[in-house]
Design a protein around this ligand. Structure first.
Ligand SMILES: [Zn+2]
Ligand SMILES: [Zn+2]
Length: 318
């Protein structure tokens, strides 16, 4: 069973996205790239090289529902005459538009983001959303942990790896322990845990960093020999990367705890202190990262958390 990596351009800061083609029955594409002319043209050219066209795609599998990964899913499905689209059930909120959801706006307000900034983030998100068609639940088949995706000459097993998003999934070929990991494992950068409502109780926040650490350890137990990520080069030494991630996360933990002043601070305050002078897109990513780390420090008993006038305030434990 061959796995063909395909790099597609994106209009985003992160640069090109990797999607993966399994060019055998049923022809399967893992992630699709964003909805841009450049991406779809590059994808067509890559399919042609394998003697295929979009019409041959039978299955579209999504690692997660960020625009750079899922943007073309609906258009490709329609062109391929109803190819099946598979995504984890916990990606529901993502694939229908994150900041449109009242829940996300409320999470931002509770994190201390001022109303005018929430509005900037909403507008920014509207701009990003043009790069993906939304998919309804009825359009998708649910990916479940440990399910097998069968091919003519092999199989991929679904590994639910929440963290970057609640429904992020990876796919392992056990025969040679090759893993396709989406944005769970990226060679050059530590993936950003994105602020999301909890998929089970939407009034709560998804504990993204705690979940992510479990996912990283789970991937480690699979002992992958090769990891194909959503961006950048493949990873040949996951063990080294795993240790590097853990070090980066623990350094950020100490940094963030130090940034909480005696009188307490919101996640927004901490993100502004941590990333001063960042632009719009990165202010959302910054507050996501601050929330993820503050929640984790809180769950580890290193910071206290209290609600004050609808805003969450973290305090040092004296
Ligand atoms: Zn992503
Ligand atoms: Zn990505």
């Amino acid at each position: 069973m061959k796995i063909v990596p395909i790099s597609l351009p994106t209009p985003f800061y992160i640069g090109p996205v990797n999607v993966y083609l399994i060019p055998e029955d049923p022809v399967t594409l893992i992630d699709t790239g964003p909805k841009t002319k450049e991406a779809v043209n590059a994808l067509r050219a890559a399919l042609r090289k394998e003697g295929l066209s979009v019409a041959d795609i039978r299955r579209i599998v999504l690692t997660h529902a960020h625009e750079d990964h899922c943007g073309l899913a609906r258009a490709l499905r329609d062109e391929a005459k109803d190819a099946e689209v598979l995504v984890h059930g916990w990606e529901t909120g993502h694939r229908a538009g994150r900041l449109e959801y009242d829940e996300t706006r409320q999470l931002l307000m509770r994190a201390g983001v001022p109303p005018d900034e929430v509005e900037v983030m909403r507008r920014m998100y509207e701009g990003v959303r043009q790069y993906a068609d939304s998919l309804d639940d009825a359009d998708c088949t649910e990916l479940t942990d440990e399910a097998e995706l069968e091919f003519e000459s092999g199989a991929l097993q679904v590994v639910h790896t929440p963290g970057h998003t609640p429904g992020s999934c990876s796919f392992i070929r056990h025969a040679d322990r090759t893993l396709i990991a989406g944005d769970c494992v990226l060679k050059r950068i530590t993936p950003n845990p994105i602020l999301s409502p909890d998929p089970i109780d939407r009034s709560r926040r998804f504990r993204s960093l705690a979940e992510y650490l479990v996912s990283l350890a789970r991937v480690r137990a699979l002992a992958p020999t090769l990891v194909f990520g959503g961006h950048g080069d493949p990873v040949h030494d996951y063990e080294e990367l795993f240790n590097r991630y853990l070090r980066a996360i623990s350094e950020r933990q100490s940094q963030i705890i130090q940034l909480v002043p005696a009188e307490g601070a919101s996640a927004w305050d901490v993100s502004r202190a941590m990333f001063p002078g960042t632009d719009d897109v990165h202010r959302f990513l910054g507050v996501s990262e601050a929330v993820a780390h503050l929640d984790y420090a809180n769950s580890e008993g290193k910071l206290a958390l209290e609600l004050s006038e609808g805003r969450e305030v973290y305090r040092k434990i004296s």
